[in-house]
Design a protein around this ligand. Structure first.
Ligand SMILES: C[S@@+](CC[C@H](N)C(=O)[O-])C[C@H]1O[C@@H](n2cnc3c(N)ncnc32)[C@H](O)[C@@H]1O
Length: 347
Protein backbone atom coordinates (compact mmCIF):
# COMPACT_ATOMS: atom_id res chain seq x y z
CA UNK A 1 0.00 0.00 0.00
CA UNK A 2 1.34 3.47 -0.87
CA UNK A 3 1.74 5.62 2.26
CA UNK A 4 0.09 9.07 1.97
CA UNK A 5 2.67 11.90 2.14
CA UNK A 6 0.83 13.38 5.10
CA UNK A 7 -2.61 13.00 6.68
CA UNK A 8 -3.85 16.44 7.79
CA UNK A 9 -4.66 16.59 11.50
CA UNK A 10 -7.89 18.09 12.92
CA UNK A 11 -8.81 18.97 9.32
CA UNK A 12 -12.54 19.65 9.73
CA UNK A 13 -12.04 21.39 13.06
CA UNK A 14 -9.32 23.71 11.70
CA UNK A 15 -11.19 24.70 8.53
CA UNK A 16 -14.40 25.23 10.49
CA UNK A 17 -12.48 27.37 13.02
CA UNK A 18 -11.10 29.53 10.19
CA UNK A 19 -14.68 30.10 9.00
CA UNK A 20 -13.36 29.59 5.46
CA UNK A 21 -15.91 31.11 3.07
CA UNK A 22 -16.24 32.11 -0.60
CA UNK A 23 -14.07 35.08 -1.49
CA UNK A 24 -12.01 34.77 1.69
CA UNK A 25 -8.29 35.41 1.82
CA UNK A 26 -6.22 33.01 3.92
CA UNK A 27 -2.63 32.32 4.91
CA UNK A 28 -1.43 28.80 5.64
CA UNK A 29 1.89 29.41 7.42
CA UNK A 30 2.86 25.72 7.32
CA UNK A 31 1.48 24.55 3.98
CA UNK A 32 3.27 21.15 4.18
CA UNK A 33 1.65 18.68 1.80
CA UNK A 34 -1.25 21.08 1.18
CA UNK A 35 -3.87 19.03 3.06
CA UNK A 36 -5.41 21.88 5.06
CA UNK A 37 -4.73 24.33 2.23
CA UNK A 38 -6.70 22.35 -0.35
CA UNK A 39 -9.71 22.10 1.97
CA UNK A 40 -9.55 25.84 2.73
CA UNK A 41 -9.40 26.61 -1.00
CA UNK A 42 -12.28 24.25 -1.76
CA UNK A 43 -14.44 26.04 0.82
CA UNK A 44 -13.45 29.53 -0.24
CA UNK A 45 -14.36 29.27 -3.95
CA UNK A 46 -15.40 31.21 -5.87
CA UNK A 47 -12.95 34.01 -5.36
CA UNK A 48 -10.99 32.62 -2.41
CA UNK A 49 -7.21 32.97 -2.23
CA UNK A 50 -4.50 31.26 -0.24
CA UNK A 51 -0.93 32.25 0.49
CA UNK A 52 0.96 29.13 1.53
CA UNK A 53 4.30 29.43 3.31
CA UNK A 54 6.78 26.69 4.13
CA UNK A 55 10.45 26.75 5.09
CA UNK A 56 11.06 23.41 3.38
CA UNK A 57 11.38 23.56 -0.43
CA UNK A 58 10.24 19.92 -0.58
CA UNK A 59 6.95 20.86 1.11
CA UNK A 60 6.48 23.68 -1.39
CA UNK A 61 7.00 21.18 -4.23
CA UNK A 62 4.52 18.65 -2.77
CA UNK A 63 1.94 21.36 -1.99
CA UNK A 64 2.42 22.89 -5.45
CA UNK A 65 1.43 19.63 -7.13
CA UNK A 66 -1.57 19.14 -4.89
CA UNK A 67 -2.88 22.67 -5.21
CA UNK A 68 -2.34 22.94 -8.97
CA UNK A 69 -6.13 22.76 -9.72
CA UNK A 70 -6.58 26.08 -7.90
CA UNK A 71 -4.26 27.91 -10.33
CA UNK A 72 -3.88 31.62 -9.62
CA UNK A 73 -5.84 31.42 -6.37
CA UNK A 74 -2.72 30.02 -4.72
CA UNK A 75 0.61 31.65 -4.06
CA UNK A 76 3.34 29.51 -2.49
CA UNK A 77 6.33 31.06 -0.76
CA UNK A 78 9.39 29.12 0.39
CA UNK A 79 10.31 31.04 3.53
CA UNK A 80 10.19 30.92 7.30
CA UNK A 81 6.93 31.96 8.95
CA UNK A 82 8.93 34.14 11.34
CA UNK A 83 8.89 36.56 8.34
CA UNK A 84 5.12 36.38 7.98
CA UNK A 85 4.50 40.14 7.97
CA UNK A 86 7.19 41.08 5.40
CA UNK A 87 6.05 38.18 3.19
CA UNK A 88 2.45 39.42 3.23
CA UNK A 89 3.50 43.04 2.68
CA UNK A 90 5.73 42.05 -0.19
CA UNK A 91 2.84 40.31 -1.93
CA UNK A 92 0.34 43.03 -0.96
CA UNK A 93 -1.59 40.30 0.81
CA UNK A 94 -3.29 41.95 3.77
CA UNK A 95 -5.58 42.15 5.61
CA UNK A 96 -6.59 38.50 5.63
CA UNK A 97 -9.64 36.59 6.86
CA UNK A 98 -7.76 33.75 8.48
CA UNK A 99 -4.31 32.47 9.35
CA UNK A 100 -3.45 28.84 10.09
CA UNK A 101 -0.39 27.34 11.77
CA UNK A 102 -0.16 23.54 11.78
CA UNK A 103 3.15 23.26 13.57
CA UNK A 104 5.76 20.52 13.55
CA UNK A 105 6.64 18.32 10.59
CA UNK A 106 4.85 16.54 7.78
CA UNK A 107 5.01 12.73 7.69
CA UNK A 108 7.12 12.70 4.52
CA UNK A 109 9.77 14.74 6.32
CA UNK A 110 9.89 12.51 9.42
CA UNK A 111 9.84 9.37 7.27
CA UNK A 112 12.78 10.39 5.07
CA UNK A 113 15.87 8.99 6.87
CA UNK A 114 18.31 11.46 5.26
CA UNK A 115 16.47 14.36 6.94
CA UNK A 116 17.61 12.96 10.30
CA UNK A 117 14.39 13.66 12.26
CA UNK A 118 13.65 10.11 13.33
CA UNK A 119 15.39 7.79 15.78
CA UNK A 120 13.48 4.91 14.23
CA UNK A 121 15.39 5.04 10.95
CA UNK A 122 19.11 5.58 10.64
CA UNK A 123 20.27 8.75 8.93
CA UNK A 124 22.66 11.70 9.25
CA UNK A 125 22.17 14.08 12.20
CA UNK A 126 20.55 16.85 10.18
CA UNK A 127 17.04 17.88 11.45
CA UNK A 128 16.98 21.19 9.53
CA UNK A 129 13.53 22.10 8.20
CA UNK A 130 15.23 24.21 5.52
CA UNK A 131 18.48 23.16 3.83
CA UNK A 132 19.56 26.81 3.88
CA UNK A 133 19.89 26.84 7.67
CA UNK A 134 23.53 26.90 8.76
CA UNK A 135 23.43 24.83 11.94
CA UNK A 136 22.34 21.19 11.88
CA UNK A 137 21.93 18.67 14.70
CA UNK A 138 25.42 17.21 14.10
CA UNK A 139 26.99 20.57 14.86
CA UNK A 140 25.08 20.93 18.13
CA UNK A 141 25.76 17.33 19.21
CA UNK A 142 29.45 17.45 18.34
CA UNK A 143 30.51 20.99 19.22
CA UNK A 144 28.31 22.42 21.97
CA UNK A 145 29.55 22.18 25.57
CA UNK A 146 28.13 19.58 27.95
CA UNK A 147 26.34 22.36 29.85
CA UNK A 148 24.77 23.81 26.73
CA UNK A 149 23.60 20.36 25.66
CA UNK A 150 22.10 19.63 29.07
CA UNK A 151 20.41 23.06 28.92
CA UNK A 152 18.57 22.43 25.66
CA UNK A 153 17.64 18.85 26.65
CA UNK A 154 16.07 20.23 29.80
CA UNK A 155 14.43 23.34 28.32
CA UNK A 156 13.20 21.96 25.03
CA UNK A 157 12.78 18.27 25.91
CA UNK A 158 11.82 18.58 29.60
CA UNK A 159 14.20 15.62 29.85
CA UNK A 160 14.83 14.61 33.51
CA UNK A 161 18.03 12.78 32.48
CA UNK A 162 19.43 15.85 30.64
CA UNK A 163 22.77 15.92 32.49
CA UNK A 164 23.41 12.20 32.11
CA UNK A 165 22.58 12.31 28.41
CA UNK A 166 24.77 15.37 27.80
CA UNK A 167 27.70 13.68 29.57
CA UNK A 168 27.24 10.48 27.52
CA UNK A 169 27.08 12.44 24.25
CA UNK A 170 30.26 14.39 24.96
CA UNK A 171 32.00 11.14 25.96
CA UNK A 172 30.93 9.37 22.74
CA UNK A 173 31.93 12.13 20.25
CA UNK A 174 32.01 12.18 17.29
CA UNK A 175 28.37 11.14 16.88
CA UNK A 176 27.38 10.88 13.22
CA UNK A 177 23.96 9.24 12.89
CA UNK A 178 20.49 9.24 14.43
CA UNK A 179 20.83 5.54 15.37
CA UNK A 180 24.10 6.20 17.23
CA UNK A 181 22.54 9.11 19.09
CA UNK A 182 19.42 7.11 20.01
CA UNK A 183 21.63 4.35 21.37
CA UNK A 184 23.71 6.78 23.45
CA UNK A 185 20.55 8.34 24.92
CA UNK A 186 19.00 4.93 25.69
CA UNK A 187 22.28 3.85 27.32
CA UNK A 188 22.30 6.99 29.49
CA UNK A 189 18.68 6.93 30.71
CA UNK A 190 17.73 3.27 30.44
CA UNK A 191 15.11 1.44 28.38
CA UNK A 192 11.58 2.38 27.26
CA UNK A 193 9.41 4.69 29.37
CA UNK A 194 6.04 3.01 28.92
CA UNK A 195 5.20 3.27 25.24
CA UNK A 196 7.69 6.08 24.66
CA UNK A 197 11.17 5.50 23.22
CA UNK A 198 13.85 6.87 25.60
CA UNK A 199 15.24 9.14 22.86
CA UNK A 200 11.89 10.88 22.14
CA UNK A 201 12.52 13.91 24.37
CA UNK A 202 16.16 14.33 23.34
CA UNK A 203 15.24 14.29 19.63
CA UNK A 204 12.44 16.80 20.24
CA UNK A 205 14.86 19.09 22.09
CA UNK A 206 17.47 18.96 19.34
CA UNK A 207 14.91 19.62 16.63
CA UNK A 208 13.56 22.65 18.51
CA UNK A 209 17.10 23.99 18.98
CA UNK A 210 18.18 23.41 15.36
CA UNK A 211 15.10 25.16 13.97
CA UNK A 212 14.58 27.86 16.66
CA UNK A 213 11.02 26.58 16.77
CA UNK A 214 9.82 28.40 19.88
CA UNK A 215 11.32 31.78 18.96
CA UNK A 216 9.90 31.55 15.44
CA UNK A 217 6.46 30.77 16.79
CA UNK A 218 6.46 33.70 19.23
CA UNK A 219 7.63 36.11 16.52
CA UNK A 220 5.06 34.88 14.01
CA UNK A 221 2.06 35.04 16.36
CA UNK A 222 2.64 38.74 17.02
CA UNK A 223 2.78 39.42 13.27
CA UNK A 224 -0.26 37.25 12.55
CA UNK A 225 -2.57 39.36 14.71
CA UNK A 226 -1.52 42.53 12.86
CA UNK A 227 -2.41 40.98 9.50
CA UNK A 228 -5.92 39.88 10.43
CA UNK A 229 -8.83 42.01 9.31
CA UNK A 230 -11.91 42.64 11.42
CA UNK A 231 -13.19 39.31 12.86
CA UNK A 232 -10.31 37.47 11.16
CA UNK A 233 -9.44 34.12 12.69
CA UNK A 234 -6.14 32.81 14.02
CA UNK A 235 -6.00 29.00 14.26
CA UNK A 236 -3.01 27.16 15.71
CA UNK A 237 -2.44 23.40 15.95
CA UNK A 238 0.50 22.47 18.18
CA UNK A 239 2.03 19.10 18.98
CA UNK A 240 3.91 19.47 22.25
CA UNK A 241 3.34 21.24 25.53
CA UNK A 242 6.03 23.90 24.98
CA UNK A 243 4.40 25.09 21.75
CA UNK A 244 0.91 24.90 23.21
CA UNK A 245 1.99 26.94 26.25
CA UNK A 246 3.33 29.70 24.00
CA UNK A 247 0.08 29.78 22.00
CA UNK A 248 -2.11 29.73 25.12
CA UNK A 249 -0.15 32.47 26.90
CA UNK A 250 0.01 34.61 23.77
CA UNK A 251 -3.75 34.39 23.18
CA UNK A 252 -4.52 35.09 26.85
CA UNK A 253 -2.27 38.14 26.91
CA UNK A 254 -3.61 39.56 23.65
CA UNK A 255 -7.21 38.98 24.73
CA UNK A 256 -6.63 40.74 28.02
CA UNK A 257 -7.52 44.36 28.86
CA UNK A 258 -4.53 44.62 31.19
CA UNK A 259 -1.14 42.91 31.10
CA UNK A 260 0.36 44.53 34.20
CA UNK A 261 2.11 42.14 36.61
CA UNK A 262 -0.41 40.83 39.19
CA UNK A 263 1.20 42.80 42.05
CA UNK A 264 0.64 46.18 40.29
CA UNK A 265 -1.99 48.07 42.39
CA UNK A 266 -3.54 49.93 39.42
CA UNK A 267 -3.30 49.30 35.70
CA UNK A 268 -0.50 51.23 34.02
CA UNK A 269 -0.02 49.20 30.83
CA UNK A 270 -2.77 50.75 28.71
CA UNK A 271 -3.12 47.45 26.87
CA UNK A 272 -6.30 46.92 24.91
CA UNK A 273 -7.42 43.49 23.71
CA UNK A 274 -6.54 42.74 20.09
CA UNK A 275 -8.26 39.34 19.96
CA UNK A 276 -10.95 37.37 21.70
CA UNK A 277 -10.26 33.74 22.53
CA UNK A 278 -12.82 31.41 21.02
CA UNK A 279 -11.52 28.14 22.48
CA UNK A 280 -12.06 28.24 26.23
CA UNK A 281 -10.94 24.63 26.16
CA UNK A 282 -8.31 23.36 23.78
CA UNK A 283 -9.67 21.20 20.91
CA UNK A 284 -8.17 17.69 20.64
CA UNK A 285 -8.65 14.96 18.02
CA UNK A 286 -11.40 12.39 18.44
CA UNK A 287 -10.48 8.81 19.39
CA UNK A 288 -11.42 7.76 15.86
CA UNK A 289 -8.95 10.24 14.37
CA UNK A 290 -6.14 9.05 16.66
CA UNK A 291 -6.93 5.42 15.79
CA UNK A 292 -6.78 6.21 12.09
CA UNK A 293 -3.74 8.49 12.40
CA UNK A 294 -1.68 7.93 15.58
CA UNK A 295 0.45 11.01 14.73
CA UNK A 296 -2.58 13.14 15.62
CA UNK A 297 -2.55 12.00 19.25
CA UNK A 298 -0.70 15.00 20.73
CA UNK A 299 -2.44 17.67 18.61
CA UNK A 300 -4.00 20.69 20.35
CA UNK A 301 -6.00 23.34 18.48
CA UNK A 302 -6.65 26.89 19.69
CA UNK A 303 -8.63 29.65 17.97
CA UNK A 304 -8.82 33.42 18.42
CA UNK A 305 -10.71 36.16 16.58
CA UNK A 306 -9.34 39.62 15.80
CA UNK A 307 -10.89 42.64 17.44
CA UNK A 308 -10.18 45.99 15.83
CA UNK A 309 -11.00 48.79 18.26
CA UNK A 310 -12.00 52.31 17.20
CA UNK A 311 -8.60 53.79 17.89
CA UNK A 312 -6.94 51.20 15.71
CA UNK A 313 -9.49 51.68 12.93
CA UNK A 314 -8.65 55.37 12.86
CA UNK A 315 -4.94 54.62 12.82
CA UNK A 316 -5.30 52.07 10.06
CA UNK A 317 -7.37 54.37 7.89
CA UNK A 318 -5.01 57.30 8.41
CA UNK A 319 -2.05 55.07 7.61
CA UNK A 320 -3.78 53.86 4.50
CA UNK A 321 -4.58 57.40 3.34
CA UNK A 322 -0.95 58.36 3.76
CA UNK A 323 0.24 55.28 1.95
CA UNK A 324 -1.82 56.04 -1.15
CA UNK A 325 -0.90 59.73 -0.93
CA UNK A 326 -4.40 61.07 -1.09
CA UNK A 327 -5.56 64.09 0.83
CA UNK A 328 -8.86 65.70 1.76
CA UNK A 329 -11.06 64.00 -0.81
CA UNK A 330 -9.72 60.52 0.00
CA UNK A 331 -13.14 59.22 0.96
CA UNK A 332 -14.56 59.91 -2.47
CA UNK A 333 -12.09 57.62 -4.18
CA UNK A 334 -13.70 54.25 -4.90
CA UNK A 335 -10.38 52.38 -4.97
CA UNK A 336 -9.52 53.63 -1.52
CA UNK A 337 -12.96 52.85 -0.18
CA UNK A 338 -12.66 49.31 -1.54
CA UNK A 339 -9.31 48.98 0.20
CA UNK A 340 -10.72 50.24 3.50
CA UNK A 341 -13.59 47.80 3.27
CA UNK A 342 -11.11 45.03 2.59
CA UNK A 343 -9.07 46.17 5.53
CA UNK A 344 -11.94 45.58 7.87
CA UNK A 345 -12.70 42.21 6.45
CA UNK A 346 -15.94 43.07 4.66
CA UNK A 347 -15.95 40.76 1.64
C1 LIG B 1 2.55 19.44 10.16
S1 LIG B 1 3.24 20.01 8.66
C2 LIG B 1 1.88 20.84 7.89
C3 LIG B 1 0.99 19.90 7.14
C4 LIG B 1 -0.11 20.59 6.38
N1 LIG B 1 -1.01 21.31 7.24
C5 LIG B 1 -0.89 19.59 5.54
O1 LIG B 1 -2.09 19.41 5.79
O2 LIG B 1 -0.31 19.00 4.63
C6 LIG B 1 4.22 21.35 9.18
C7 LIG B 1 4.96 22.07 8.06
O3 LIG B 1 5.49 23.27 8.62
C8 LIG B 1 6.74 23.52 8.06
N2 LIG B 1 7.47 24.39 8.99
C9 LIG B 1 7.94 24.09 10.21
N3 LIG B 1 8.51 25.18 10.76
C10 LIG B 1 8.37 26.20 9.88
C11 LIG B 1 8.73 27.58 9.88
N4 LIG B 1 9.33 28.14 10.93
N5 LIG B 1 8.42 28.32 8.81
C12 LIG B 1 7.76 27.78 7.75
N6 LIG B 1 7.42 26.48 7.68
C13 LIG B 1 7.70 25.69 8.73
C14 LIG B 1 7.36 22.15 7.86
O4 LIG B 1 8.34 22.18 6.86
C15 LIG B 1 6.14 21.31 7.47
O5 LIG B 1 6.01 21.24 6.07
Amino acid sequence: MVQPVHVPVLLEEAVEALKAQPGGRYVDCTVGAGGHASRILARSQPGGQLLGIDADPESIRVAGERLMPYGDSVLLVNDNFSRLEPICYHHDYMPVHGILFDLGLASFQVDTPRRGFSFQQDGPLDMRVSPSQEIDAAEIVNTWSEEELAGILWRYGEEPGSRRIARAIVHARPVDTTAELAQIVAGAVGGRRGKTHPATRAFQALRIAVNHELDNLETALVQAVKLLGFDGRLVVISYHSLEDRIVKQFMRREASGCICPPETPACVCGHTPTIRMLTKRVVVPTEAEVRANPRARSARLRVAERIVNEEEQKGLIEGLCRSVEVKANAWRQPALLRRVRQLFGAV
